[in-house]
Design a binder for this molecule. Structure first.
Ligand code: E4P
Length: 218
């Protein structure tokens, strides 16, 4: 299973990258807007040190606009993947871009049908948003599991990025579905390697060691 970082914050990415846990990065217009820096500068900086795909999203809604933005974004780095929102226009753009060899990540996927259409149009990645589905009382993890089954049944090479991950249980459940990738916000990452019982265990061991050392010196 691969881990992408769902952030445009360079410090967050560098912190997790030092642990060998970053296989790629996803951004979106909201995440870019939080950084208050030029879009191109942020994406090029991230793409320059991350060894894996870095998604940058188009904002045009017409296929022609998406295609021309995508060509520009893809030229920012060999590992830049163009994020295209799911829509009829988006599918048209994905189909054209795939023929040009430009990799796409179709975002805002909320159903099996949408995922299937994106894969068929030639998407390299599809991003089902599990947290936003949970927000409306649906089961986001189940969607990932169904998409995985469909991709495997028909031999699509499209990889599934479980997105909109909100907590530790999401990640654990996604891992059980066999999803190819989870994209995780920087704020959630530390929760993945921490556990209160681990912290308590370390404290207890250190206390016992101090007692032991004191005894041995007597
Ligand atoms: C994925 O590519 C998106 O950037 C992201 O996961 C959206 O997450 P949110 O629903 O928490 O905004």
């Amino acid at each position: 299973m691969k881990f992408f970082l769902d952030t445009a914050n360079v410090e967050e990415i560098r912190r997790v990258e030092k642990l060998g846990l970053v296989d790629g990065v996803t951004t979106n217009p909201t995440l870019i807007s939080k950084e208050g820096r030029p879009f191109k500068e942020v994406i090029q900086e991230i793409a320059g040190f991350v060894d894996g795909p870095v998604s940058a999203e188009v904002v045009g809604l017409k296929a022609e606009e998406m295609i021309s933005e995508a060509r520009k974004l893809a030229a920012w780095g060999d590992n830049v993947v163009v994020k295209i929102p799911m829509s009829e226009e988006g599918l048209k753009a994905v189909y054209t871009l795939a023929k040009e060899g430009i990799k796409t990540n179709v975002t805002l996927i909320f159903s099996v049908a949408q995922g299937l259409m994106a894969a068929k149009a030639g998407a390299s990645f599809i991003s089902p948003f599990i947290g936003r589905l949970d927000d409306i009382g649906k089961d986001g993890v189940e969607l990932v599991s169904e998409l995985k089954q469909v991709m495997e049944s028909y031999g699509f090479k499209t990889e599934i990025i479980a997105a909109s991950v909100r907590h530790l249980q999401h990640l654990e459940s996604i891992a059980l579905t066999g999803a190819d990738i989870a994209t995780i916000p920087g704020s959630i990452f530390p929760k993945l390697w921490s556990h209160p019982l681990t912290d308590k265990g370390i404290d207890d061991f250190l206390k016992d060691w101090e007692t032991y050392e004191k005894k041995m010196k007597q």
